[in-house]
Design a protein around this ligand. Sequence first.
Ligand SMILES: [Zn+2]
Length: 280
Amino acid sequence: MSEPPSLPAQPWEVYAIRFSRLHRRRRDALLLCPPATADDPIDMDYSMWVARSGQETIVIDTGYSPELGERLGRTFLCDPVEVVRDLGVEPGSVEDVVLTHFHYDHAGNLDAFPAATIHVHEAELPAAAWHVGEPALAFAYATEHVAAAQAAAAEGRLHLLTGSTTLRPGIELHQMGGHTPGSMAVQIWTARGWLLLAGDASHIAANARERRPYPLFSDLRRTFEDYDALNRLAPDPDLLVPGHEASVIDRYPPARPDLAGRVARLDLPPVDGPSPASPR
Ligand SMILES: [Zn+2]
């Protein structure tokens, strides 16, 4: 029997910051999508997350900069680092940043967090180094993000994870090796139970629900095993937050009325009530 996760004195608040949206087709996000629905439109959102408890703040993923977005032709709904400030968190004083993986859309803006220890799995930077040498795959990483991680390492601020671990009481990091070799899902104790940020172990809800992987992965079999792990860790689908699921930003209450459409409170129940699949 493994040790039960340690619980904090008080539950964590969890904020999803949504900064960009792409309009796609189901076939773009679901491997071997049935032809009848392959051309159905879907949205994919780009987000980062903030967990707060008392004086403690953990930033989970760091998005990417508007400058990189411009190079990629992406429309930004907001600058995610500015939204962190809007939440009352000074990025320069954040002490812990967790990267679910090192893809470009999750590991940018590291220079905005100059005091933070960067927690990332040790398999991620070698994977980035290999991918940037393959022209068809290089888009998934940004060389300036690798340089920023190396700069953090030189300052003793890069913490390489070797597997699943407890970051804090109430924050568990679970290795998911399917999407990238060191992908992490982040499980957080909240007032409504153990919330699971899937990162890109499930981009959208349909990946894990329909068991159809996103068409970019490092280990296909492990991707399916990750779905089993996600469903075991979050048996209630309302506690699973897929990394790019576009329904999240409207399903959960805004952090403040002026942040509607930009920041959702994931530690609060969905505004539309439990989903039909929820056991509650
Ligand atoms: Zn992603």
